[in-house]
Design a protein around this ligand. Sequence first.
Ligand code: HEC
Length: 155
Amino acid sequence: MSSRFRRAVFWLGGLACLAAAAQAQFSLCGTSGVGPFTQAQVDAGRSAYNSACAACHGPNLQNGSHRTPLIGPGFVVAWGNRSTADYFRYIQTKMPQREPGALAPQTYAAIIAYILAANGAQPGAETLTGESAVRINTIADGVVRATVLAETPQP
Ligand code: HEC
């Protein structure tokens, strides 16, 4: 499958989900719930994301030069049926793209907490690690939480 085709399918999936959610006034893409991460991880993750990931994925996780949004309905379409551990493993072994594995495990965990929170998951008492395995669409609905992004400096 060509990457252009894959991207089109990805976007159509996201748009269909968005349209359904707008019509029904709630998200059909996932459920918001308490995730296996803390507010302190979200805050640490925001600044780590800004230094390690924002150059390619955009300051608000959605408008990177590589057009690979990490937020919104597309996030739930792509990752909703997979676990936080799968997401951690993917990011740790592939990102940042030019130096995968370069960050400390706690830094990856914090960045993932930030991405999950920006997609609607709520912080709780548990600290996220690479072993935390919660299905993503049971905690994140893909409805963008602007307040989570709020501390992000705008370009
Ligand atoms: C140098 C640019 C660059 C940097 C820096 C970068 N990425 Fe990426 N990222 C990409 C590209 C390009 C892709 C698409 C890769 C592919 O499809 O194989 C991608 C894909 C992804 C995906 C998969 C998207 C999806 O939903 O399918 C995730 C998640 C991700 N990056 C997270 C991160 C995180 C977290 C960081 C920071 C630790 C980061 N990236 C840093 C370029 C980058």
